[in-house]
Design a protein around this ligand. Structure first.
Ligand code: TRP
Ligand code: ZN
Length: 877
């Protein structure tokens, strides 16, 4: 096999031929679907008349080809594994092709495939080339007209993008529907769905009076699980009108739920396709987190209708143009709909754990990469979440009003175009009058900037001097980094008053909480008229995606935890305080010294548990210790066992000292009102469940009783799943086994609940978990062909069960590798993602490094898909 070659941003050329209109006919059959394509093509005015026509196409059996009605002779075109070249074509012409494809054999879930017998498509990023010969690139935008022919009984429902314009019966029990999409789109937004589906229908009136029919299509047994998605969709449509002035642009908007799907969901024009896990909810089957995730994803895909579809990406290097902006939009929507501080805390703790780890590993890349081998490997936390952080910084830099003007300008100027990140930032520059040249480095420079901050208060002069130094560590192919433009949102909290002090910088009064701009490698900020000694509250709201160090004492942190006016930084002070104490415990564990609980942490927690509560959801976050993955991110060398032991010691120490407080908080927040996924209820449940987790950490008898009752009460999935997890994590089989059995039997018929049943079992800290995992891989509800199952069982184990995945006998690594090797053939996209934990080998001790690298070598010895090849090569480079 020849080595896959990278595609480079610097090689970009506009397409030689564009498609103005695309007509497709699908005659569906599991083994041989026939796809007829009629493309109306036009040569680029600046290209020579002898420029060949090059089309992408993979795994297609070509059966007919004609230009302007004239079949081509074999010498007039050439076929390869990756496409079709027609040597000479007219300046404007019609190309007809007919190909055969086999959806039933498609386990990669890219292109046209079958899921539970239903036909569906996934074309982003480069799946359309598995459907027909086409210029499969986002800067070719055409109107589409699609006819779907299927069996009237097996496929009563035939869907595609746009509006249905014709339908009818055909001989042999077949029927057809023709769809027209009037909005020009790149082929990655094409979609087709056919099967025996039922729908739930609603409607939405846009602010200019367009009546939009909203449909959610599901298999019959899921009809009762669509309410929340529908309500979320309507909220998102209203929010986008009110916040960004964006209205929907067709008379019909459809969502379809499918069981086998590589990612969360896909924004195909007018026909969003969802992983069923990202759309279906019911109080008895979905947790609060799942309800919130569904709301966020429904909104995300809907928001793409403007940020992605109406204005799309010129090439895949610009992926963050649509994804970063759209994630930012969905984050703001969720913040407006739920508890804003909690949404920010959740997003940031996830970001600092997972994106920072990506930045620190061998697959680190800029938000706009400059080369890739396989684009589907670049649907990453960096492109999505760091991209969103950059857009958030832009909003904060230019202010909401200029940002909204810039956004209006972007949508107006580039409507119907395929554009670049410069076009987006250019609109923000124009609207704000700011120079964003240095800011653009955020898109091209990979890695997490590290900022060291130092402060000094001069009592005599009433001055506070803040020194900031920034540095971005080298990443795989970028060694020298330049200073970035980093907005630092800060306050100075007076140690006497406990309040934010007024800020005066260079003679200018900034108010009591302000943003300063770090642009140099080192910069000094001198605040004058500071009337008392302050503790600085830095990087409020995580105002930039950086690591910021400041030599806080534990007293400083306890002070900020109690007094900071910024809710996010109050939480962060608690996390920093816990981290300092955890560092001591990790060191004690490594040195074989007795571990001692830091009383300052206990007292801070006691204070939280006894203070007047204003936001229960924030309090629940504050009472939650940093995760093992986050703690690992902070260590120079990851010692999984020491981290686990330290964190467990602290949890048990807190539980022992504050047992009565936790019990009281549990009781105060227990509530049996009918389930609703509303912020107030969700907050109570999380607080109650955090308290229960502490009680179970010491296997307190009252705690055990409460967990069993909560499980048996079967009030809602949030409570049931949490109780079940705690029982399964306990050391007593008589608690875990009957509960698991009962749950598994009750929900054997529901794949989404079974995913949770799988996931819970493989997070068990006990060493028997590997045998259990191997056993579960043979469970009738498990299948390697279903990505949700793979994520639930294998992904959860490798990502969340750190002590067992990293076992020193190498069994955890071996198991993951076996699965990767099998999935490399079945589903390369999922296989490549699953390798991630092994790519982080450099962070561990030598023994584990050797074991992990040996497994990566074992993968490398296989015949690899480009997806897996790219990841493994980087990991072993
Ligand atoms: N554009 C989709 C989103 O952000 C992402 C997506 C869905 C995707 N399915 C995919 C990307 C398959 C690559 C491959 O919502
Ligand atoms: Zn997206």
């Amino acid at each position: 096999m020849s080595e896959p070659q990278p595609t480079r941003l610097s090689d970009y050329h506009p397409p030689a031929y564009r498609v103005t209109h695309t007509e497709l006919t699908f005659d569906l059959d599991p083994a041989a679907t026939r796809v007829k394509a009629r493309l109306h093509l036009e040569r680029h005015p600046e290209r020579a008349a002898d420029t060949p026509l090059e089309l992408d196409g993979e795994r297609l059996a070509l059966e007919a080809i004609a230009i302007d009605g004239q079949p081509l002779d074999e010498g007039e075109y050439a076929l390869t594994d990756t496409g079709l070249t027609v040597h000479r074509v007219p300046g404007t012409f019609r190309l007809d092709t007919e190909v055969a494809i086999a959806p039933e054999a498609n386990t990669a879930l890219e292109g046209l495939y079958q899921s539970n017998g239903m036909y569906c498509t996934q074309c982003e990023a480069e799946g359309f080339r598995r459907i027909t010969f086409y210029p499969d690139r986002p800067d070719v935008m055409a109107t589409f007209s699609t006819t779907v022919i299927g069996d009237a009984r097996r496929e009563p429902v035939l869907l595609s993008n746009g509006n249905p314009v014709e339908r009818g019966e055909l001989p042999g029990g077949r029927h057809f529907v023709t769809w027209e999409d009037p909005h020009p789109k790149p082929c990655y937004l094409f979609a087709l769905v056919a099967g025996d589906l039922e729908r739930v229908e609603d409607s939405f009136t846009t602010r200019s009076g367009r009546e939009v029919t909203l449909q959610i299509w599901v298999e019959e047994e899921n009809l009762g699980k669509t309410d929340h998605a529908m309500a979320s969709l309507k909220r998102a449509m209203r929010w986008d009108e009110e916040t960004y002035g964006r209205e929907y642009d067709l008379d019909l908007f459809m969502i379809v739920a499918v069981n086998d799907f590589n990612m969360g969901a896909m924004e195909n024009k007018g026909l969003n396709i969802f992983n069923s896990a990202a759309v279906l909810t019911h109080p008895k089957t979905a947790t609060d987190a799942a309800f919130q995730r569904v709301e966020g994803i429904v909104a995300h895909e809907y928001f793409h209708n403007w940020s992605g579809n109406r204005v799309t990406c010129r090439d895949w290097f610009q992926l963050s143009l649509k994804e970063g902006f759209t994630v930012f939009r969905d984050q703001c929507f969720s913040a407006d709909t739920n508890s804003a501080p909690v949404k920010r805390i959740e997003d940031v703790s996830f970001f600092r754990t997972a994106q920072f780890a990506e930045d620190a590993g061998p697959t680190a890349h800029p938000v706009r990469p400059d080369h890739y081998i396989e684009i589907s490997n670049f649907y990453t936390l960096t492109i999505y979440e760091k991209g969103a952080e950059i857009v958030r910084m832009l909003r904060n830099l230019v202010g909401w009003e200029a940002f909204r003007q810039g956004s209006d300008l972007y949508f107006a100027r580039h409507d119907g175009q395929a554009v670049t990140i410069e076009d987006f930032v250019g609109c923000m520059e124009e609207a704000s009058g700011l120079d964003l040249a240095q800011f653009m480095l955020w898109y091209s420079q990979a890695g997490t900037p590290e900022i060291d901050a130092f402060g000094e208060y001069d009592y005599a002069r009433c001055e506070y001097r803040l020194i900031l130094r920034q540095r971005t560590p080298a990443t795989p192919d970028q060694h020298d980094k330049r200073p970035l433009h980093v907005p630092i949102h800060l306050g100075l909290v007076g140690t006497k008053s406990g309040h934010d002090l007024p800020l005066t910088l260079d003679g200018e009064a900034l108010g009591s909480d302000a943003v300063i701009h770090l642009r140099e490698a080192e910069q000094e900020f001198l605040f004058t008229d500071v009337s008392e000694a302050p503790v600085p509250s830095l990087l409020r709201g995580f105002s930039a995606p950086v690591k910021l160090r400041f030599p806080y004492s534990r007293e400083d942190l306890a002070f900020l935890l109690a007094n900071d006016a910024d809710g996010f930084n109050r939480w962060d002070a608690g996390q920093r305080l816990a981290m300092l104490a955890l560092d001591d415990l990790i060191a004690a564990h490594r040195n074989g010294v007795e571990k001692v609980m830091d009383p300052r942490v206990t007292e801070a927690f006691r204070g939280l548990l006894n203070a007047e509560v204003d936001d229960r959801a924030v309090l629940a976050e504050m009472l939650t210790l940093p995760s093992e993955a986050y703690i690992a991110e902070q260590q120079p060398l990851v010692d999984v066992d020491a981290i686990h032991a330290a964190r467990e010691f602290m949890r048990q120490g807190l539980a022992t000292a504050l047992r009565d407080d936790f019990l009281r908080v549990y009781r105060e927040n227990a509530d049996d009102a009918p389930y609703a996924p509303e912020p107030e209820q969700i907050a109570r449940r999380s607080l109650k469940n955090v308290a229960l987790a502490y009680l179970m950490a010491i296997e307190d008898e009252d705690g055990i009783e409460l967990a069993r009752e909560q499980f048996a009460a079967d009030h809602n999935m949030s409570d049931v799943r949490h109780a079940l997890t705690l029982l399964v994590h306990s050391s007593r089989d008589e608690l875990s086994e009957p509960a698991l059995k009962a749950f598994g039997e009750t929900w054997a018929h529901d794949p989404l609940v079974m995913d949770q049943w799988f996931a819970i079992q493989v997070t068990r800290p006990q060493p028997d978990v590997l045998d259990r995992l191997k056993f579960l891989m043979h469970h009738p509800a498990f299948s390697l062909k279903n990505p949700n199952k793979v994520r639930a069982l294998i992904g959860t184990f490798a990502g969340q069960n750190r002590v067992n995945f990293h076992r020193l006998d190498g069994e955890g690594y071996r198991l993951l590798t076996d699965v990767v090797i099998e999935l490399n053939r079945l589903n390369p996209e999922i296989a490549a993602r699953l390798i991630t934990p092994l790519t982080r080998w450099a962070r561990f001790d030598e023994e584990r490094q050797a074991l992990m690298k040996a497994e990566l070598e074992r993968i490398r010895a296989e015949e690899l898909s480009p997806n897996v090849y790219e990841v493994v090569e980087k990991a072993l480079a």
